[in-house]
Design a protein around this ligand. Structure first.
Ligand code: CTP
Ligand code: MG
Length: 215
């Protein structure tokens, strides 16, 4: 089957504060370049959603579309631009992507229809009260933190996106759209190094990890 990697990279990087985040470099390579290079050996094509008016950084070769105002609309634009049978959606902002995770997500997506990398939560979890102090302890048993890549049969994900659009439902990831309509999503063990570069602290971690990763 044909597999396409879809990379939403159209965000503005507000929390990081260094301009469009996919273009930010870590040890000489853009976040988008690192993500695309990790995916390319496993797929038939790479598609990237870019901010309006921007072109790919020099270290990336891919087909491009213009992204939307939200991650969800950027992914929908990517989905509409491919006819691959299986799609792998991966945040540009997760530059350290092990090949074993890519292979496992593709395999599970082909088997189940939808799958995501995820990690069991290790911290104690509490929902804060209205005043911001300790509210309700949430047992972490069977709680997973969801990462990307997420893999889907394209028709399954496109139907979920179109239903969400009709209902005005917003989610921060794609597997959540499948789950909302009762579809099965397989959790595939991800990797601590797959953290999303969101804040300046995350960028510092990425800068520390890059020389080890690149070695
Ligand atoms: N993304 C996108 N289109 C948008 C918003 C986000 O393609 N309109 C992408 C980002 O480029 C990123 C991924 O979705 O690769 C995850 O989003 P996030 O970490 O929130 O990135 P930003 O939206 O850029 O950051 P922020 O929310 O801090 O502005
Ligand atoms: Mg965002």
């Amino acid at each position: 089957v044909r597999v396409a990697a879809l990379i939403p990279a159209a965000g503005s990087g507000t929390r990081l504060g260094l301009g469009p985040k996919a273009f930010v470099e870590v040890a000489g390579r853009s976040l988008l370049g690192r993500s695309a290079a990790a995916l390319a050996p496993h797929v038939d094509e790479v598609l990237v959603a870019l901010p309006a008016g921007l072109e790919l950084p020099a270290d990336v070769t891919a087909r491009t579309v213009t992204g939307g105002d939200t991650r969800q609309t950027s992914v929908l634009a990517l989905l509409r631009a491919t006819d691959a049978e299986v799609v792998l959606v991966h945040d540009a902002a997760r530059p350290f992507l092990p090949g074993a995770v890519v292979r496992a997500v593709i395999a599970a997506a082909r088997e189940i229809g939808a799958a995501t990398a995820a990690l069991p939560v290790a911290d104690t979890l509490v929902r804060a009260g209205p005043g911001g102090d300790w509210g309700t302890l949430t047992p972490r048993e069977r709680l997973w933190a969801v990462q990307t890549p997420q893999g889907f049969r394209r028709d399954v994900l496109l139907a979920a996106h179109e239903a969400a659009l009709t209902d005005g439902f917003a989610a921060t990831d794609d597997a959540g759209l499948i789950a909302r309509t009762g579809g099965a999503v397989r959790l595939v063990p991800g990797d601590a190094r797959l953290f999303k570069v969101t804040t300046p602290g995350d960028l510092a971690l990425a800068q520390a990890l890059a020389p080890v990763w690149d070695a």
